[in-house]
Ligand binder design. Sequence first.
Ligand code: ADE
Length: 420
Amino acid sequence: MNIDTIKIRPANFDDSEFVAKSVMAALGNDEVYAVPLKKEIKATIEKITSICQREDVLYSWKNTIIAEIDGKPIASLTAYDGTNYKEIKERTFSLFDEPLDFDVDLMQDETREGEYYIDSATVLPEYRNQGIGKKLLIASIEKGKELGIPHVTLLVNPHNPKAKRLYRSLGFREAGEVYVFGEYYQRMKLDTTEPMRIDILTVLPEMLEGFLNCSILARAQKKGLVEIHVHNLRDWTLDKHKRVDDYPYGGCAGMVMQCEPIDRCIESLQKEREYDEVIFTTPDGEQFDQPMANSFSMKKNIIILCGHFKGVDYRIREHLITKEVSIGDYVLTGGELAAAVMTDAIVRIIPGVIGDEQSALSDSFQDNLLAPPVYTRPANYKGWKVPEVLLSGHEKNIRNWELEQAIERTKRLRPDLLKN
Ligand code: ADE
């Protein structure tokens, strides 16, 4: 299965049974997927389906998004605004006929006003461990941001470190415990109001200034969607001549960036906040690509250290760097252009940075396909004509044509992308 062919969409009324099964499975009830179904489970599914069909309950189809492949739902996530939680919870639980197997009165509130709460997410058993849950979570975080709710929250079983790692990688942080459904759960919280922060460490800050103060990147910073700080490593050396490099041990050619200014700068930043990644730009790093840009754009705080001269004292790479990244198999004079390329690719996909969200999602590479050709007025320029279908106004035919073009161009120009 190719994860990129999965479509995420809002659920509709007819998905209510799938939502009901997902809510039950999220509570550890995978029997809902058994064939044939046991009679009593069938009855419970029917009951919960009737609850999910309502619009005024926690587990409503209205609060749910679905992941589907070839039109078949394979996963769902239910999340809602925590405002009026108590009232909606009471109504929801009162609709269950049978007594619940935990004491509702002892149960603390799962969420509250000011939170977009991810209640449950379930993937069909045969599609698990393939990144589908993560895709749904990302879509849900975006929804929380779009709604302007300051926090996205969820609960995780404290004995599930794998899930916790996934949530942390998306920017969630531990925020206390709550007693719900007869057990203690860890609360995790993601701040949607604080912009992403990128700190770039360089010996050539002037190389980055123009780029950061232009066009879309300048606008993104002005709109408060991202904070980008450039640090001159010469400000962090204790050397009176502001030197940041020295001769390499072993007598080979070139100069090496010293540990001290880099270590002091990173240490001072890490005292202020927690960083998700400390990235080093280097031609021998992991190749930067769209999935890596997508993943960095979900982080809260990142540091990018620009390599220079012959490189950096290897102890920095061993002790402080969490990811080494190359932008291609060629050697630049320094890591600043690499940092600029990465920053541009990361920032432009932060929601709200480019006006039309759809246009970031329909970029080349977002679904392992090159983008289809685009045209604008006039429809006929010097006899060079825009394809007829684009002028037809027939939405479905246009989308089909775009997909055909995208596949044809990818096969012809980048067949390697289709192999992944
Ligand atoms: N520094 C020099 N060349 C580089 C490259 N190709 N990628 C990242 N950093 C670099």
